[in-house]
Structure formats: structure tokens, C-alpha cells
Design a protein around this ligand. Structure first.
Ligand code: CTP
Ligand code: MG
Length: 379
């Protein structure tokens, strides 16, 4: 039987979030859940012990529920202690220790580790370094190890439990338990040189907030507004508003707000990318305060809502279908207006405008439709 120990009992101080970094969402899923899912896919692993701090238990326990093999164990004040507590509860003959902060671990990497333990008695996932590594003393280079001998060590790291536990006990007996940064160091000191096995370059540890940057979310939004028809009591204005820019137009868009169909599509795309509800939910047109509302102000509110989810826009791509008015002379102004509102450079904003070749409601000049796609990044 094999036990996986997932270390999740840190504070994530270097990442600087208000909560433990392993609870942060990456593309809609908490960091910890990635490792849980990868280990749960390996049939031989019958027990998954997740070391967690008491403060995080309320948030971690629901994440374990989908995995019957998983349960929480008490974490320690430093990583080695968290592993030591878990080892004392592990039932497996083999244990694999893994950092929850390495969400990109794969089933293949875990299986390499297991095979290495079975064949060589240990398996420490590692990748050859791409950088030259030097040993320095007081900023002076003392030696340069041959690069083919230098590896970056990752997790999982697998061992026979009895041997690993014995190594930990010796470290505690000698009061050296705080000296080691991982199991390979402890095993190397007290048992034998651990065997390296193939890790994966993608199996990175998320340490600083910028390590969370790969988290990107796409969103899509559409909106259509009708023009007033003949004899429908057109308001006495001679412009429409698109992207916060007033564009002279004989035909006027019907709307509860300023009818900025472009910004409405954009707001829905932003909200959708962040997994939130749509603009109708946040700004219902039954509420008088949104009558005549300036859509650019609502956009600011949408940016605040997605900011609360930890996101900000990275780029936006918008397509407007309008038979009238001609929009091309106003694209530059619209880009400028959106770049200011979104805090993006102009080259992160694409706006295309076209007619519908006289086809359908757009072609018959009955209305305007706008499509927006956005990419969000972790802010
Ligand atoms: N860890 C743990 N118990 C501790 C400290 C760390 O289980 N007492 C876990 C972390 O949750 C993380 C892994 O060990 O998954 C690797 O540690 P690290 O990247 O240092 O995470 P943190 O200790 O949370 O971050 P920091 O050092 O920046 O506070
Ligand atoms: Mg730490």
C-alpha cells in the first residue's frame, strides 16, 4: 500500500496573499485540488494525508470530500514537522511526500517516483538545471559544479516509510530537524544516497505571487441594441455611444442606459471570464438608478467585481456589427477611451467594425450587435 503525504500546512508568506497560497484559485480550481486530483488518479495510492493548519481546516476539508482516500492531518510549525506528524499516521509501506504548492504534478511523474522506490528504494523527482549553478561564499564563487551533475529537486519524493521515519527520528534526536528543506536531505544524511527520478519542468513550486501569473481566464460577451424605428418617438439626440465615445448617428439606439452596446458586451465578457453573473444581474434595468447610466461607470464597477476575484484584464478583442453609422473614424477614440478605463495599453485592445452585408436585422439597420472576448490575468 502507498500513502501520499501532501504538505499544505504552510502560510504562503512569500506569496503575500491574505490566505494560504494553496487555497488560491488557479483557473477556477484551488491549488491544492490539482495535487489531490493527480494523486487520486494513481490506483496504487490508497491513502492521501493532507497536512494542514487548524486555521485552514474549514476551507481544506470541503476540498478533500471528492477524494475518499484523502483526509486531513495536523500540520507542524515547519515543513519537516508537518511531514513527521503525517508519517506517524501513514499506513502505507511506501510514502510519497509532495508539496501542495506544486499543482502541476502529473500522474506520470508520480508513477516515475513509485517505480523508482520499488526499484531503488527511493525516488526523488528532479530535473537537470538549465542555469549554471555555483557555490559562493560571501558573494565570491568558490566552485562551479559540472552542470551535468546538477539537478533541481522537486516533489514528490518517495521512500519506504519505515526508513524515512527512522531518518526523521534520528534528525529529531540530534535536534537537527530544522536543518533540512526536504526528505531527500534527511534520507541522504541518515539512510543512503537517494535515487533521482524524472520530474517535470512544469512541476514548479508556486512561491511568489508572480508564480501564479499563468492563471489566465477567457470570457465572451454579446449584446444587441435596436435602433428606434420610424415614428417610434426617437429621443432628441443625434449620436450613439460606443466604448464611451459619442458617435454622430441619424439612428438612435433604444436603451435604458446610454445604450453603449460595446461596453455592455465587454462587461459581460469580463464578468463571465471571472465566473460571475451577467450585467443584468448586477445592474438590473428595473432599478431606476441605472436609467440613463453611463456605461463606462458601470464598467468601473465590473472591474472592481472581477478585481475582488483576483483578476484584471490582460487584453480585449471586440467586434461590432453595424450597417450604420460608419464606425472606422471613431475606432482610435474608442481604443483610447477603453485603454484608460481598463488600464491597458492601446495595443491590448482590438476593435473591429463591420457591416452585415445588408443581411438580417443588422443589415436592415434595425440594430447593432457587439461581440467581446477578454483574457483575464491574476492581479
Ligand atoms: N508546508 C507545510 N507545513 C509547514 C510549512 C510548509 O506543510 N509548516 C508546505 C506548504 O504548504 C507548501 C510546501 O510545504 O505546500 C512547500 O513550502 P513553501 O513553498 O515554503 O510554502 P509556505 O511555507 O506556505 O510558503 P512561505 O515559506 O513563503 O511562507
Ligand atoms: Mg515555507
Amino acid at each position: 500500500m502507498i500513502t501520499a503525504v501532501i504538505c499544505a500546512a504552510g502560510k504562503g508568506e512569500r506569496a503575500g496573499y491574505s490566505e494560504n497560497k494553496i487555497l488560491r484559485e488557479l483557473n477556477g480550481m484551488p491549488v491544492l485540488s490539482y495535487s489531490l486530483s493527480a494523486f487520486a488518479q494513481c490506483g496504487e495510492i490508497e491513502e492521501i494525508l493532507v497536512a494542514c493548519r487548524e486555521e485552514d481546516e474549514k476551507k481544506i476539508l470541503p476540498l478533500l470530500r471528492p477524494y475518499p482516500a484523502a483526509r486531513a492531518v495536523r500540520g507542524g510549525d515547519f515543513r519537516t514537522e508537518s511531514v513527521y506528524f503525517a508519517l506517524n499516521e501513514a499506513k502505507g509501506e511506501i510514502v510519497l511526500v509532495h508539496d501542495a504548492a506544486r499543482p502541476f504534478v502529473t500522474k506520470e511523474v508520480i508513477e516515475n517516483c513509485i517505480q523508482s522506490v520499488k526499484k531503488y528504494g527511493s525516488g526523488v523527482c528532479a530535473v537537470p538545471t538549465v542555469d549554471t549553478v555555483v557555490i559562493a561564499n560571501d558573494r565570491n564563487i568558490q566552485s562551479v559544479p559540472a552542470r551535468q551533475n546538477v539537478f533541481s529537486v522537486q516533489t514528490p519524493q518517495g521512500f519506504y516509510k519505515d526508513q524515512l521515519l527512522q531518518a526523521f527520528e534520528r534528525a529529531y534526536e540530534e535536534n537537527r530537524e530544522r536543518e533540512f528543506t526536504d526528505e531527500s536531505g534527511i534520507y541522504a544524511r541518515y539512510i543512503a544516497p537517494p535515487r533521482l527520478c524524472d520530474g517535470d519542468r512544469n512541476n514548479k513550486k508556486l512561491t511568489y505571487s508572480e508564480d501564479f501569473a499563468p492563471c489566465e481566464r477567457v470570457g465572451f460577451g454579446v449584446d444587441t441594441h435596436a435602433f428606434y424605428g420610424e415614428g417610434e418617438g426617437t429621443p432628441l439626440i443625434n449620436f450613439i455611444t460606443l466604448g464611451g465615445v459619442r458617435i454622430p448617428s441619424e439612428k438612435i439606439l433604444k436603451a435604458h442606459s446610454d445604450g453603449d452596446v460595446l461596453v455592455h458586451a465587454l462587461m459581460d465578457a469580463l464578468l463571465s471570464a471571472a465566473g460571475l453573473r451577467d450585467i443584468g444581474y448586477y445592474f438590473p434595468d428595473t432599478e431606476p438608478k441605472y436609467k440613463g447610466a453611463f456605461s463606462m461607470e458601470l464598467l468601473r464597477e465590473v472591474l472592481r467585481l472581477i478585481g475582488k476575484q483576483g483578476f484584471s484584464p490582460k487584453n480585449v478583442s471586440i467586434s461590432v456589427l453595424a450597417e450604420t453609422p460608419r464606425l472606422s473614424p471613431y475606432i482610435a477614440d474608442m481604443k483610447k477611451s477603453l485603454s484608460e478605463a481598463l488600464g491597458l495599453s492601446k495595443n491590448a485592445i482590438g476593435i473591429a467594425a463591420g457591416t452585415n452585408e445588408k443581411l438580417g436585422y443588422v443589415g436592415e439597420k434595425k440594430g447593432i450587435t457587439c461581440y467581446a472576448t477578454v483574457l483575464l490575468k491574476n492581479s
